[in-house]
Design a protein around this ligand. Structure first.
Ligand code: MG
Length: 166
């Protein structure tokens, strides 16, 4: 079990995590947040870059699945044409649905990674499930007070990540 909120990897965009990179770190399955990780809230469906990236992962033999705290309507529509295994209302940072999904796609904590844009839901959920985490820069960060507060809380963990990379 990893108790730290420091992500193992930070990328700017989802597709900076190439299939080659993921294979090189032993990943056989990637669990994905949707909102602000793959697309902003306003985009109901995945764009061409998301679809191309998902296909490249599939070709590399990497399983993909959605784990979102958003509602069924949002996730059903987003997933309509790609048909990935998906769990909406996932209650991240609790690890239950990450574990459920690993069982469904046949991966283990050792060969699974989580990708999301929020430390206090995505990275925490990943580490609660004993898996590694990739943090990406939120595509379209909200400017409301709650989001800004969350970003302030994330700062020390981002600093720790940068220090560890030096
Ligand atoms: Mg998100």
């Amino acid at each position: 079990m990893k108790f730290t909120l420091v992500p193992e990897y930070i990328f700017d965009k989802f597709n900076d995590a190439t299939p080659e990179f993921l294979v090189s770190i032993g990943v056989k399955g990637i669990l994905l947040d949707v909102d602000n990780t793959l697309e902003p809230y306003e985009h109901a469906e995945p764009g061409i870059h998301v679809i191309a990236w998902l296909k490249s992962l599939e070709r590399a033999g990497i399983r993909t699945a959605i784990i979102s705290n958003n509602n069924d309507k949002r996730i059903d529509l987003f997933n309509k044409n790609i048909g990935m295994p998906a769990i909406a209302r996932a209650a991240k940072p609790f690890p239950k649905n990450l574990r459920r999904m690993m069982k469904e796609i046949g991966t283990t904590p050792e060969n699974t990674i989580f990708m999301g844009d929020q430390i206090l839901t995505d990275v925490w959920a990943a580490h609660n499930a004993g898996i590694r985490a990739i943090l990406v820069t939120p595509i379209n960060d909200k400017k409301d007070i709650f989001t800004r507060f969350k970003r302030v809380l994330e700062k020390p963990f981002l600093r720790k990540y940068k220090k560890g990379k030096k």
